[in-house]
Design a binder for this molecule. Structure first.
Ligand code: ADP
Length: 380
């Protein structure tokens, strides 16, 4: 039996069949005993019919004791019992089948939805009518189907974004080189410098994408060593100081002593660099960028908290939940000319999570943004 419906029907029907057979047998037995007693009472005195039946053999004793009307009466009782038993079995079979159907109808719908997803129609949802095991399975399926559809959409958008971000600089390089070959564009140092900038951008974007995809696939190999986080922060700040000075932005450090952390120093430096470059980009001159480092307790655990706070333009509440997504830019009209690759924060999040940490951002438009990174303290 390959169908669950028939298996459930069969099992239920078997138990109904056994019950009905037992009932019919008991009813017949009881009826025979009482009826024989009654007949014996009419015909003999002081001797039990059971005793007589045993002495003479059941069938013969009965036949000997009963007249024609009694036999007709017994026949009709037998027939009625068989009819009632048969009717009960039929009703039982029908009820078993209907019951099995109510259980398997959702499973069949689930099967159809899974087949549809298998053939590429994503986002299938099925009706959840009960809170039982099948209802819970349907809910879990709906959740899985929704997140699968979201992931597919995200992947499509990501591919489109990558293609767009690669295509634009390539088109610029190609157009300029063709112009130079045809003699339409002048071959001077400025032109070459601008083309070089495009290739640097392309190179960085491809490297970032590679890091991001490796980190997301859990395949990024971290070269962890015991690291003095304060030294990593100081170095990152020192490297960006000239850029900050040029923009007239104050870079402030407020570092509390923290224990050595077992991390990949170059990846933590990459994280800090992404956050600091963003802070410099979105903060006007005379603004301040403050980097802090501290030990905090959270979720029953000790963490080293690094913060990068700026007094820049801030991020509006509607954009804040999405800034760690790939290619999310709060200013949709902005491209790489006015900003970065659009995956800087996605990389920050992935790298910190690969270290077992967490990231958070709080912001107030017009006042500034704080990025908080938490790295587990006992991570060796
Ligand atoms: P991008 O390379 O475009 O800056 P990111 O992933 O680094 O991409 O940042 C995503 C978006 O988050 C940015 O486009 C910007 O809108 C916003 N953002 C990031 N850092 C800041 C900041 N310090 N202040 C204001 N907005 C920020």
């Amino acid at each position: 039996m390959r169908s669950l419906t028939w298996r459930i029907t069969g099992l239920m029907f078997l138990s109904i069949l056994l019950t009905v057979l037992l009932l019919v047998y008991l009813a017949e037995y009881q009826m025979m005993v009482h009826f024989t007693n009654y007949v014996a009472g009419q015909q003999t005195e002081g001797q039990s019919s059971e005793h007589m039946m045993k002495a003479m053999g059941g069938g013969q004793a009965m036949a000997a004791m009963m007249g024609l009307p009694e036999q007709v009466f017994l026949e009709s009782i037998h027939r009625s019992l068989y009819w009632v038993g048969g009717a009960l079995l039929l009703a039982g079979l029908l009820a078993s089948y209907l019951f099995a159907q109510t259980i398997t109808v959702r499973l069949r719908q689930l099967n159809t939805a899974v087949d549809a997803i298998g053939s590429g129609t994503y986002g299938q949802q099925i009706l959840v009518e009960s809170e039982d095991e099948v209802g819970r399975l349907a809910k879990a399926f709906n959740r899985m189907s929704r997140s699968l559809e979201e992931n597919i959409q995200l992947r499509k958008r990501l591919l489109a974004d990558i293609a767009h971000d690669l295509r634009t600089p390539l088109a610029i390089i190609q157009g300029n080189l063709e112009g130079m070959i045809d003699g339409v564009v002048e071959k001077n140092n400025d032109q070459l410098r601008s083309l070089h900038e495009e290739t640097v951008y392309l190179n960085r974007l491809i490297k970032d994408l590679r890091d991001l995809s490796l980190a997301e696939a859990g395949q990024l190999i971290l070269e962890k060593t015991s690291t003095d986080i304060s030294a990593v922060i100081a170095r990152a700040i020192q490297l960006l100081k000239p850029l900050a000075d040029e923009k007239g932005i104050h870079l402030v450090m407020n570092l509390k002593p923290v224990p050595l952390l077992f991390v990949d120093a170059s990846r933590i430096n990459q994280v800090l660099n992404n956050l600091l470059v963003n802070a410099l980009r979105y903060t006007a001159s005379t603004g301040t960028i403050t980097v802090t480092c501290n030990v905090v307790d959270r979720k029953n655990q000790s963490w080293v908290e690094l913060t990068v706070a700026d007094t820049g333009i801030g991020i509006c509440e509607a954009d804040l939940p999405y800034i760690f997504e790939h290619f999310y830019r709060s200013d949709k009209s902005r491209d790489k000319k006015s900003g970065g690759s659009g995956i800087g924060l996605a990389i920050v999040k992935q790298l910190i999570e690969t270290h077992g940490g967490m990231v958070e951002a709080v912001s107030c438009p017009g006042e500034g943004t704080i990025f908080r990174l938490f790295l587990p303290l006992n991570n060796n």
